[in-house]
Design a protein around this ligand. Structure first.
Ligand SMILES: [Zn+2]
Length: 340
């Protein structure tokens, strides 16, 4: 059973004619969901999207940034940075994107079963406490994780977007209630996510980074989970799993150079979902993914596997570079364990 919010109102964030993060992405996601679940609604629970409140947003962003973003959009918008346009409708869309995650998580908690899919834009994982960047305005996955953490949950965030989620890392850097894990291409925008970045003094070991070289395949992503993250999650005591699911590590993506296939996302989804301790505790948040056909196939593979309704015929990938990264991450974990 898939818990999904209504996708209707999320296209008022206008990024202009040439921007890769465009409203058509949500149409590709809709098609991917239909491929996975069939034309009917039998396997879908739809929740009403709602705008995240100021109080819910300022758990992860500064009040000053939130007010200034709202005012900026109200005045017609412009550029937050050269990658990150803001239009008149961006504030309302961003608040619905953050609130969509909260609504899906609430419904999962109420039902105690199912898998959540938060198909929103703009994406969120680059949005830092005091400023949005890299196509992101509000950090959707962080808003949901902070709400869960405040309710006493221990939240694992696995970020398989090809870019490092610097915003999410910053927000939870010193927060022992959230374990943040990122697999990403390095060197690459935004330049953070080195292997030695493992969390602040109050939360040592609660950040884990896998900076993987160009050409890495799904095998490296799977090994990161199997050889490092599974044990780390058990030691952390994960009670909820949120996935920052960017699909720009796909080999067809125009923005990056990793070599995953749609079937890799099915394999990753299986592994990451298994780290949740029970049913109804996994929610998948859309981040990047800019080749529309690859996005559609990858969403179908992820959701189809998690709901047991569809298997991708684009099988998982093997080989490629990344062995050193996995080995180094393992050494860092062992050192932390020795110290603790
Ligand atoms: Zn990305």
């Amino acid at each position: 059973m898939l818990v999904l919010h209504d996708l209707g109102e999320l296209d008022h964030h206008d990024t202009g004619e040439w921007h890769p993060e465009r409203p058509e992405r949500l149409e590709a996601v809709r098609r991917g969901l239909a491929d996975a679940l069939g034309p009917g609604d039998d396997d879908i629970v739809r929740v009403e999207p709602r705008a995240a409140t100021h109080d819910e947003i300022v758990r992860v962003h500064s009040s000053r940034y939130v007010w200034s973003l709202e005012r900026f959009a109200e005045e017609g918008g412009g550029e937050l940075d050269p990658d990150t346009p803001v239009s008149a409708g961006s504030w309302d869309t961003a608040r619905l994107a953050a609130g969509g995650g909260l609504a899906v998580v609430d419904e999962l908690a109420r039902r105690g079963s199912g898998v959540g899919f938060v198909a929103v834009r703009p994406p969120g994982h680059h949005a830092r406490p005091g400023i949005g960047m890299g196509f992101c305005l509000l950090n959707n996955v962080a808003v949901a994780a902070a709400a869960l953490a405040e309710a006493g949950e221990k939240v694992l965030i696995v970020d398989w977007d090809v870019h490092h989620g610097n915003g999410t890392q910053d927000i939870f850097w010193d927060d022992p209630r959230v374990l943040y894990v990122s697999m990403h291409q390095a060197p690459m925008y935004p330049g953070t996510g080195r292997i030695g970045e493992t969390g602040g003094a109050a939360a040592p070991g609660t950040t884990i980074n896998f900076p993987l070289p160009e050409g890495a395949t799904g095998e490296s992503y799977r090994r990161a989970i199997d050889e490092v993250v599974a044990d780390a999650s058990a030691a952390f005591g994960t009670t909820w799993v949120l996935i920052s699911a960017g699909y720009d590590a796909h080999r067809d993506d125009p923005l990056a150079g990793h070599a995953l296939a749609a079937g890799d996302y099915a394999e990753l989804a299986t592994r990451v979902a298994a780290l949740a301790p029970g049913d109804g505790r996994v929610a998948v948040f859309l981040e990047g993914g800019y080749d529309l056909a690859a996005l559609r196939r990858s969403v179908a593979a992820t959701v189809g596997r998690l709901t047991g309704t569809y298997e991708s015929d684009e099988g998982p990938t093997h080989g490629g570079p990344g062995d050193e990264t996995i080995g180094a991450a393992r050494v860092f974990r062992e050192r932390l364990a020795d110290r603790g």
